[in-house]
Design a protein around this ligand. Structure first.
Ligand code: GCU
Length: 682
């Protein structure tokens, strides 16, 4: 089949290397499925497809334990007593979605068993087994055991009912509302497969800037159809709840969370949803943020709003994901402080099935932000991470940026909230404060483009996000390598340079867009390309000048105790590090400090020279990416090679645009020459 990217990382390429292929074959004959649930059927199909393609011979499914070297899979409840006894130790170590892949001997014959406590655990095991072969790892004496470290692993689609996608750059929404519920696009199945293959188990299919219509019977019927497709893949559906829905579609006069009719309306609505979708996940809510309605419209607070919805879904086991992305024009000395001020005082007041969804940084999905100060600061409230996989501020689907590197940096950051080593990863996996629910959300970069994500390499961000949601402690380099091997090639001549290119790409985008802690200087509204000069939008915190504060004296946002004191929202150890220019990491310097153009950086350069050199470095690095890709043409099919080549050329052109625009603009204030090595704009 054509290599157009449709098959994502599930290429299952034929293993050309004879020795390797024969080694696999000598350990794999047929498949034996125990149990026949829909999920087991899906697992069987995937195993047959993957193994047959990779081994180049049809792998059959058989009904009994004849022969040897079978790949046997099924849940614990389908295993016989002897086998359960044999696997007792392993079964004790996995959680409900975990799995075991192990070589075992039954009646003197060698087999491979894939098992877990639930159907979906087994499915995850099957995908893991396929990945081991896709990445050409040995299955001799195979012995793998794994469980997700986070309960809720979500994609958030910012998809509108007219199929436009807010901040979506890969075509229109996958959800064909017009033809649902009766027409089931086969793409829904492939979407669910791809998610299951990396362990994503939830999808909020509608925009956080929500339309109440999704909660009407006409739409719920369509949502139900999608939920039915996703269910065998362990993928639960969630919906965004517009807070004013009781007015808009319920005919009530108010949406006040204290009003008995409003409370009842949500209870009845929830019942109606669960009647159609018994495993409905719950609601995702953006309230009192950027003009969205919420409890504050009625003089109530976030706790009142979240708890009312939580009570409605609680009898059905549902949850409420209440977003902390709030900022208002009334309190705009520093937007970075607002979420913390609005939420932290309420720690411990939310119901058990509420989880607060916090963006990775305190502003908004910048190429680099210090970790959000809320992480670790609410020991009694479950907090979930919200990452943005779609590249709103990072060059849309045109620029190659490998985001797991960014995600990893956030997870590794130390909050010091329970002493040294209190990483964000431990806040998110619940281990730091023993949280009852844990979750990670990623704003999807998926659309109906043939290759799903617009840019072939941005599939790696969907993949890598899923892997890190499964386990926030994984290494982004290992993930990149898995992805390259499953998507393109197992040849190390290709893998090594491409892996390096991917791993550097995040720092590269920081260099040519927002070096040294600069942020939010993208052009306004669409956020594509530079716009540091924008200064006249109605709300101060929408203007890039608000963030860089460049003037004759210097540049940067003073968030220390001499400025907005946002650093005070971190643990004292962290605040000390950021407050002091000697200890503040230079990558975050201008996020926390306003410094003179002559300020001396650690390498001896002045701040002005340092900024200019970083912009140039970013451009040089993209040039290297272009060369690296060109040199590897023979390892890649034509279609994907050409697409990536054209996109990298655009990225190169636009990195120069960023450099020239920002340096020319800032130069008006610094009134200094560009240092040697920085190309002069024409
Ligand atoms: C950003 C983005 C909006 C989005 C918002 C959110 O501000 O530009 O399009 O609605 O984040 O996360 O709610």
């Amino acid at each position: 089949s054509a290599k157009d990217g449709y098959n994502l990382w599930l290429q299952y390429d034929y293993i050309q290397n004879n020795e390797l292929r024969l080694a696999y074959k000598s350990n794999i004959s047929n498949i034996l499925a125990l149990g026949d649930s829909e999920t087991m059927q899906v697992a069987l199909n995937e195993l047959q497809l993957g193994l047959s393609k990779m081994l180049g011979t049809e792998i059959l499914s058989q009904k009994d334990l004849k022969g040897e070297n079978l790949v046997i899979f099924g849940t614990q409840s389908n295993l016989d007593k002897k086998l359960i006894k044999k696997l007792k130790k392993e079964l004790e170590q996995i959680n409900n979605e975990g799995f075991i892949i192990k070589q075992i001997i039954i009646k003197g014959k060698k087999h491979i068993i894939i098992t877990g406590k639930t159907d979906v655990g087994v499915l995850y095991g099957v995908f893991n087994f396929l990945r081991i072969i896709q990445t050409h790892k040995s299955i001799k004496n195979i012995d793998v055991l794994d469980s997700p470290k986070v309960d809720i692993r979500m994609l958030n689609h910012w998809d509108n009912l007219d199929r436009t996608v807010e901040r979506g750059y890969a075509g229109f929404s996958l959800w064909d509302w017009h033809r649902l519920p009766d027409y089931i696009d086969s793409r829904y199945v492939d979407y669910a497969r791809a998610n299951a293959s990396v362990g994503i188990n939830g999808t909020a299919i509608t925009n956080v800037n929500a339309n109440a219509l999704i909660l009407t019977p006409q739409y719920l019927e369509k949502v139900e159809a999608l939920a039915n497709v996703f269910r065998p893949y362990g993928l639960k559906v969630y919906l965004t709840a517009r807070f004013s829905a009781p007015i808009e579609i319920g005919g009530l006069k108010t949406a006040d969370p204290y009003d008995a009719e409003v409370i009842n309306w949500w209870k009845e609505k929830t019942k109606e949803i669960y009647k159609r979708i018994p495993d409905f996940g719950g609601f995702l809510v953006k309230a009192n943020s950027e003009g969205q309605p919420g409890p504050q419209n009625y003089g109530r607070n976030h706790v009142d709003g979240a708890n009312m919805l939580a009570e409605a879904v609680a009898p059905f086991g549902g949850i409420v994901m209440w977003r902390a992305f709030v900022y208002s024009e009334h309190d705009a000395d520093d937007r970075a402080k607002q979420a913390f001020s609005e939420f932290v005082p309420y720690d411990g007041q939310f119901k058990d099935n509420v989880i607060i969804q916090v963006k990775n940084g305190a502003i908004d999905f910048q190429p680099r932000e210090p970790f959000h100060p809320m992480f670790g600061a609410m020991p009694k409230t479950p907090l979930m991470m919200e990452f943005q996989i779609t590249q709103e501020y990072l060059g849309f689907s045109t620029h190659l940026v490998y985001l797991p590197k960014l995600f990893e940096e956030v997870f590794e950051a130390d909050t010091y909230r329970a002493g040294k080593g209190s990483t964000v990863a431990k806040v998110i996996d619940g281990s730091l404060h023993n949280k009852k629910i844990t979750g990670v959300a990623g704003v999807s970069n998926i659309g109906n483009d043939r290759n799903w994500t617009g840019h072939p390499f941005l599939q790696a961000n969907w993949y890598g996000y899923g892997r890190l949601a499964w386990n926030p402690h994984l290494n982004s380099g290992d993930i990149a390598e898995e992805w390259i091997r499953s998507t393109f090639s197992n040849d190390t001549h290709f893998i090594n340079p491409i892996k390096e290119m991917m791993l550097n790409s995040r720092e590269t985008v920081v260099n040519y867009m927002t070096p040294l802690g600069l942020h939010h200087i993208m052009d306004t509204g669409h956020h594509y390309g530079p716009g540091p000069w924008v200064e006249n939008l109605s709300r101060p915190e929408w203007n890039p000048v608000y963030y860089h504060k460049a003037d004759k004296n210097g540049i940067g946002f003073d968030r220390t105790n001499s400025g907005s004191n946002a650093t005070n929202q971190y643990a004292p150890e962290v605040a000390d590090i950021f407050n002091n220019t000697a200890t503040c990491p230079e990558k975050d310097l201008l996020w926390f400090h306003h410094l003179s153009w002559d300020y001396k950086l650690k390498d001896g350069n002045t701040l002005w020279d340092g900024i200019a050199l970083k912009y140039q470095q970013g451009v040089n690095e993209v040039e290297t990416m272009v060369h690296t890709w060109k040199s590897l043409e023979k390892y890649v099919d034509n279609q994907r090679f050409n697409e990536v080549e054209m996109l990298l050329n655009i990225q190169h052109k636009e990195s120069k645009w960023w450099r020239d625009a920002c340096l020319l603009y800032f130069q008006q204030f610094s009134e200094k020459e560009l240092p040697e090595g920085v190309e002069k704009p024409i």
